[in-house]
Ligand binder design. Structure first.
Ligand code: FEO
Length: 169
C-alpha cells in the first residue's frame, strides 16, 4: 500500500510521544540506584505519570478511532476481531498497580528495593516488548484499514480530534 499522507495519519504523531516516553523510562531504569530512596521515589512518580499517559492514549484511541472503525466494519458486516481486541488486556493497569506497590518498598530495606527493582525491570521489559509491536500494528494494519473505510476528510477530522485530545493530557 502507498505511504499514508501526513494529513490523515492518525497514529504517528501520538506514537512519537509514546516512543519518547519508552526511551525515557529505559534510560531512567538504567540510571536509578534503587538503594537511594529519594531516587527510587522519583522513578516511581515518573513511571506512574508515564503509564497514566499511556492509559489516556489508549482511551483516546478507543473512543475516537477504534469505536468508529468498529462501527464502520459492523455496518459493512465485516468481522475483524483484531479491532475489537487490540486494547482488551489489562497490561497498563497491571503496570500501574505494580508501581503503586513499589511505594511499600520505600519503608523496607535496600535489599527489598533492589529486588523490587529487578521485578520492575522485568515487567517493563515485558511491557515494552509488547507495546512497541502493538503501536506498529496500529500504524501498519489499522491505518490502512481506516484509509480503506473512511474518506480523506473524515480521517482529517479524526486526526484533528485525536491530536486535540492528546494535547489535553
Ligand atoms: Fe497507540 Fe494502542 O497504542
Amino acid at each position: 500500500m502507498a505511504p499514508c499522507p501526513e494529513e490523515i495519519d492518525v497514529f504517528t504523531v501520538p506514537h512519537s510521544r509514546m516512543k519518547e516516553l519508552v526511551c525515557q523510562y529505559l534510560d531512567m531504569l538504567t540510571a536509578t540506584n534503587f538503594s537511594d530512596v529519594s531516587k527510587f521515589i522519583r522513578l516511581l512518580e515518573n513511571l506512574i505519570r508515564t503509564f497514566q499517559e499511556f492509559i489516556a492514549h489508549e482511551q483516546i484511541e478507543n473512543q475516537f478511532i477504534m469505536k468508529k472503525l468498529k462501527h464502520k466494519l459492523q455496518a459493512l458486516r465485516i468481522q475483524n476481531t483484531a479491532v475489537c481486541n487490540c486494547h482488551k488486556d489489562n497490561k497498563l493497569t497491571d503496570m500501574l498497580s505494580l508501581l503503586q506497590d513499589g511505594y511499600k518498598c520505600t519503608k523496607k530495606t535496600d535489599a527489598d528495593r533492589r529486588n523490587f527493582g529487578l521485578q520492575l525491570k522485568q515487567a517493563l521489559q515485558d511491557f515494552t516488548e509488547e507495546f512497541l509491536p502493538h503501536m506498529a500494528e496500529e500504524e501498519e494494519v489499522f491505518q490502512p484499514l481506516l484509509m480503506q473505510h473512511f474518506t480523506f476528510d473524515e480521517l482529517k477530522q479524526i486526526k484533528a480530534t485525536v491530536l486535540q485530545q492528546h494535547f489535553k493530557v
